[in-house]
Every structure is written in C-alpha cells, then in structure tokens.
Design a protein around this ligand. Structure first.
Ligand code: DGP
Ligand code: NA
Ligand code: NA
Length: 210
C-alpha cells in the first residue's frame, strides 16, 4: 500500500514573533484532525553539532562567523535522512525555523552576501509552505525584554527583518506572510487554514529541493 507523503511546513520570523507557540498549536490541531504531525526545530540543540551552536548562542564560546554559519547548516543537513523518512511515512513536519533563518541571521552580519549564505543549504528538502510571522521590530520589543543570547538586540533584529524581506522576493519559495500582531487564536486560524490547503496539494507531488 502506498502512503501519501506528509507536508513540510516551516514557520519563520524574527525572535518573539510567536513561532514556537504557533508551531505547537498547529501540530496539535493537525493531530486533532487525525493527521500524523510532528514538530521539529532548528537549531536542534540536542546533537553534537547542536551543542556547539547552543554554547555559541549562550555566549559560552566564540566561533568564527563563517564557521558558525556552516555549523547551523550542518545541523539542518544531519536531520535530512530523518525528515525524508518521516515525510515518506506520511507525517507532516512543522518546523520552527529553517534555512531562511540561517540566511537572514548570518547575512545580517557585515560582509556576508545573501548568495554566500544560501549556498550550504542548497539541496535541502524544500518546504511546501513557509509562513513568515510578520511583526514589526517595535512591537516585538513591546513583548518584553530580549533574552541574553547572541543576536537578541533590537538593532540586529531589525537587520534580520530586512534580510527576510529580501528573501521573500524569491518566488520559487511558497512564502505566505502572516500578520503576527493579532491574538494567538487569530494567527493560529490563518496558519491552520493555509497548512490544511497545502497538505492536500503536497501529497500529489514529490518533495522538492532548495
Ligand atoms: P531559537 O532557538 O529559535 O531561539 O533560535 C536561536 C537563535 O539562533 C535565534 O536568534 C535565531 C538564530 N538562528 C537560527 N538559525 C540560524 C542559522 O542558521 N544561522 C544563524 N546565524 N543564526 C540562526
Ligand atoms: Na532565541
Ligand atoms: Na522560538
């Protein structure tokens, strides 16, 4: 018996746009409607590479900027066999950040072009849908103090937001912009509807590549 594949659904956005909450709510809603759905998040801090990244983000270690970019990408690549396996088994994957965060965050640093940043992620499984949780940086700042991790400053996040805007010009990626300034339930309703639409389309075509 052939099994219809799962959909690869990604949530992106600047820090504190509500990605993690919305990923959890989406997975729960899909499960409630009888689908096999699982959450994944990048960076996955549990692997050996993920531990290097985590220590860097917590400022317990310093890594050269190109090096850390390649580690983030390697952290995605190491999960690819598992991702493909789950999609083939018909499991929908809801992913909290992906290659787009990789490009947006590193290219927000001086001296990094979008093109250079995109290269290591070329060939990763292509999401069927990427939802960008849009929240202007001032509103994000109103959601409370930033944490103490690397990258968690208003100035850096504003640049990251600009890089995401540039990435969203790429029409080969199925971007949808979600207004994340609304209530959790309003945002969830949009995300759920867009996800259900793409799930029925995705199962008729093979997983693409970035
Ligand atoms: P999170 O665990 O979702 O809070 O993400 C950790 C931080 O790392 C967050 O500030 C975004 C950033 N980040 C996520 N992916 C990448 C990546 O591939 N490259 C870089 N440079 N930063 C990333
Ligand atoms: Na963070
Ligand atoms: Na998050």
């Amino acid at each position: 018996m052939s099994c219809r594949r799962g959909a690869l659904i990604v949530l992106e956005g600047v820090d504190r746009a509500g990605k993690t909450t919305q990923c959890q709510k989406l997975v729960h809603a899909l499960q409630q409607s009888g689908r096999a759905a699982e959450i994944m998040r990048f960076p996955d801090r549990t692997t050996k590479i993920g531990q290097l990244i985590s220590s860097y983000l917590e400022k317990k270690s310093n890594l050269e900027d190109h090096t850390v970019h390649l580690l983030f990408s390697a952290n995605r690549w190491e999960m690819v066999p598992l991702m493909k396996q789950k999609l083939e088994q018909g499991i929908d994957l809801v992913v909290d950040r992906y290659a787009f965060s990789g490009v947006a965050f590193t290219s927000a640093k001086p001296g990094f072009s979008l093109e250079w940043c995109m290269n290591p992620d070329i060939g990763l499984p292509k999401p069927d849908l990427v939802m960008f949780l849009q929240l202007n940086p001032n509103m994000a700042a109103n959601r409370g103090e930033f944490g103490i991790e690397r990258y968690e400053t208003s100035a850096f996040q504003r640049t990251v937001h600009q890089r995401f805007e540039e990435l969203m010009q790429d029409s080969s990626v199925n971007w949808k912009v979600i207004d994340a300034a609304r209530t959790i339930e309003e945002v969830h309703k949009d995300i759920k509807r867009l996800s259900e639409d793409i799930i029925s389309l995705a199962q008729n075509q093979p997983v693409g590549e970035l």
